[in-house]
Design a protein around this ligand. Structure first.
Ligand code: KIV
Length: 271
């Protein structure tokens, strides 16, 4: 008899079942092999290879500069580490908007070259043709509404979205449209908790929130933020589980000290 315990993979169907039985979905970003391996082994349901890599990995001010090739590099590194989690990959800015054939081509590259499990696109009615074309090819799609960082230059700020009635109504319409098209889940970013709860109750598919309160079907955070590696980003919704910036800095300082003082390496640390 095999000693290996079979690992049950998280699929889009598993997420749907979780919504049905009221079990919250855990989701976190990852962008590289080593970190993704830890996140997967911790039991995360969904790993998002987010275009937030543009900020936290590459140091850009926005998510706009990251390219499709760079997203594929990050996604393929994550996929090689993951045995259980569902891996969703962001289509980066400029790889889908306004061109559904181009959108399908980008999504196919992510699925083929990175061997990802699903893609995520930002927007509602304005990108519905892209969503439909990708879904028709058999690629699972996650939607993303509310604060959509790829449109930051249209919004002008990163403040809470859909506080006004008209925008809230548009968001609900877009969420229903994405569900009707066949999206398996939707992210709601930085919208009032009452609105997010209403959307989650109206939709049959899982709604995962970031800064959208506790009334949704799951939560997502950016790994570098929740570990306290990033310091300057401190929105109300962010819970920090570690202060890794301080711990890492201390470790680096100790290493420098040990090298300078010739304490490292000692006799047992050499050949
Ligand atoms: O890119 C990303 O990390 C995201 C999350 C903030 C949802 O889209």
């Amino acid at each position: 008899m095999s000693q290996h315990k079979e690992i049950k993979r998280v699929t889009t169907h598993v997420l749907q079942e979780m919504k049905h039985r009221g079990e919250k979905i855990s989701m976190l970003t990852a962008y590289d092999y080593s970190t993704a391996s830890i996140v997967d082994q911790a039991g995360m349901d969904v790993i998002l290879v987010g275009d937030s890599a543009s900020n936290v990995m590459a140091g850009h001010e926005t998510t706009l500069p990251i390219t499709l090739d760079q997203m594929i590099y990050h996604a393929s590194s994550v996929i090689r580490a993951v045995k259980r989690s569902l891996v969703v990959v962001d289509l980066p800015f400029g790889s889908y908007q306004g061109n559904s054939k181009g959108a399908l081509k980008s999504a196919v590259r992510i699925m083929k070259e990175a061997e990802a499990h699903a893609v995520k696109l930002e927007g509602g009615s304005e990108i519905i043709e892209c969503v439909e074309r990708i879904l028709k090819a058999g690629i699972p799609v996650m939607g993303h509404l509310g604060l959509t960082p790829q449109s930051i230059y249209k919004f002008g700020t990163y403040t809470v979205r859909a506080k006004e009635d008209a925008e809230a109504k548009r968001l609900i319409k877009d969420a229903l449209l994405l569900q009707k098209a066949g999206c398996f889940a939707i992210i709601l970013e930085k919208v009032p908790a009452s609105l997010a709860e209403k959307v989650a109750a109206e939709l049959a598919i899982p709604v995962i929130g970031i800064g959208a309160g506790g009334g949704v079907d799951g939560q997502v955070l950016v790994l570098h933020d929740m570990l306290g590696i990033t310091q300057e980003f401190s929105p109300r919704f962010l819970r920090r589980y570690l202060n890794l910036f301080d711990s890492m800095k201390k470790a680096f300082e100790n290493y420098i000290k040990d090298v300078k003082s010739k304490d490292f390496p000692n006799n047992s640390e050499q050949y």
